[in-house]
Design a protein. Structure first.
Length: 279
């Protein structure tokens, strides 16, 4: 009887956990689904029931110069952030895994620290700092801030991959006369490519979708996509915002998914070619 009672209680516990999990996911994703659906509503008053299907708000969005300017700004900042962050993260992760030096633990802590501090606190802190040194807010400050936020994630991703790369491969190349730079370029880097691409895509997404820090660091008159959405919400809730939100969702979710599919395809292709090369 005791065992049966325990099994019954265990089943109910799992059912309750599953029910609560479903409720959490519904609470999280229902607004996103509603935003996407309402972006195709023909009525200018966003709400259910829908009066018809229309793409007019996307057409109107493409003609909004303020939105296009914010998109170009966010795209440029995200691309620069991804490139610079990937380079810094790759070098830092390689140094932390392969070398022992004085202050290594402190460097590792400093690199990861921005990921542990809430973005709002980090944004206010940097804003206070640039005000204290009488430094005006510029686009360069905004880019450096985004790099600061994205570096920890790239370092963690590349570092996790770097730990799995055996040192014996590099040592074999060095013993055959290759320089350390050539060994890294020809042996280590190709093995790190999946992590490097994943880190770059994540850095791009973090920068492109950043809101709280950008509010503090952006110069006057410069809008990114998230801050443009906030400024549009202050004026009125237009159906254009639903269309713009849908575009943001597609970009921030679609880019990592596409990157993951590409990496998965490349990995499968490489595995298929390895038996042929060995044969």
């Amino acid at each position: 009887m005791t065992a049966r009672t325990g099994d019954r209680e265990g089943r109910w516990a799992w059912r309750l956990t599953g029910f609560i999990t479903v409720l959490v996911y519904v609470f999280m994703f229902a607004p996103i689904v509603a935003t996407v659906i309402l972006s195709f509503n023909s009525s200018m008053f966003g709400g259910f029931p829908m009066t018809g299907f229309s793409l007019q708000w996307y057409v109107k969005l493409m003609g909004n110069e303020q939105v296009l300017a914010a998109f170009r700004t966010s795209l440029w900042i995200a691309l620069v952030t991804a490139v610079v962050t990937t380079a810094i993260g790759l070098v830092t992760a390689f140094a932390l895994v392969r070398f022992d030096f004085r202050g290594k633990q402190m460097l590792s802590t400093l690199v990861i620290l921005p990921a542990l501090v809430p973005e709002t606190i980090l944004g206010v802190g940097l804003l206070v700092l640039i005000k204290a040194v009488d430094q005006p807010r510029t686009l360069l400050i905004l880019v450096l801030g985004h790099i600061l936020l994205a570096v920890p994630y790239v370092v963690l991703i590349v570092q996790a991959r770097m730990v799995g790369v055996r040192r014996v491969y590099e040592e074999a190349a060095l013993s055959l006369g290759a320089s350390r730079l050539a060994s890294f370029r020809e042996i280590t880097l190709p093995l790190l490519i999946p992590a490097v691409i994943a880190g770059a895509l994540l850095a791009f997404t973090i920068s492109f979708d950043n809101t709280s820090a950008s509010l503090f660091w952006r110069p006057a008159g410069v809008e990114t996509m998230p801050t443009q959405i906030l400024s549009m919400l202050k004026i009125s809730i237009s159906p254009e915002i639903n269309a713009l939100g849908t575009v943001m969702i597609l970009l921030t979710v679609g880019i990592p998914l596409i990157g993951g599919l590409i990496l998965q395809s490349l990995t499968r292709l490489k595995k298929r070619n390895e038996p042929r090369e060995n044969a």
